[in-house]
Design a protein around this ligand. Sequence first.
Ligand code: SAM
Length: 288
Amino acid sequence: MHSGQKQKIECALYVVATPIGNLRDISLRALDVLMSVDKIAAENTQNTANLLTHYSIAASRLMALHQHNEQAAAEKVIALLSRGRSVALVSDAGTPTISDPGALLVEGVRAAGHRVIPIPGANAALAGLSAAGLSAPHFLFYGFLPNKSAARCRTLQGLATLPYTLIFYEAPHRILECVLDLQNTFGGERQIIFAREITKLFESIHRCTLAEALAWLNDDPNRQRGEFVLLLSGATARQGGLGAETESLLATLLEELPLKQAVQLAVRITGTSRNELYQHALSLKPQA
Ligand code: SAM
């Protein structure tokens, strides 16, 4: 364990995690760094100025680094580091580069031979996972799914047999359609956890089956508001695939028949659920 003395600032890029709601969720080390670096590259300078002001830290060293200027801003940061300066990178909330800008900057800084020092802290996915009560030892952080339903379903299909807890970020205006696609792809049995407004005033963490999820969301429109992490239990052995024989039968039928008929016949021959066969057939032979 390190002694925990005040952070000594070096010529480096510090990747600093900031709160995801509750302003007190920031480390002493993060405050040391933000107080002392020469520049702070922020996704949204106004939001970061508010955070800095809350901690009586001067906001005059801010510069913007977001997805629309990352390349140009990265060049400026690298030039500063080349002159022996220190820079902190922060995003709007949580850990930079996790579904947030900054990875290009980090890559460029490392390629230029400068140090990158992580200052760990809040992250919505891990906070949600820590309170989800899912006992699976492994998880897959996916982040944001595609916005459009067809692309989203294709992506979900690719994740359907993984035995890992799946973690998604989702915007409130897409929460209903996303949950509908989750249910259509994975069936109703899996557990879903809605980790909403973590660390904020209206924090709520609700766990139910996918079959119950839409009704729960619709019961109270407030449940569809705010920021969400969705966590989904992984595939069980039974959900982990159709089995080699069934998959090969379906593939053969699909070579000769239209998708609907191939699925119907496979249901009759194998007794497997229509939905599982249909989803697998779609992954083999996507419909226009
Ligand atoms: N870099 C951030 C992190 O470390 O968690 C994530 C940034 S991403 C652009 C923003 C998404 O994270 C939101 O749309 C939401 O899905 C999730 N998120 C952020 N803060 C949250 C919170 N307090 N409660 C629930 N989800 C949150």
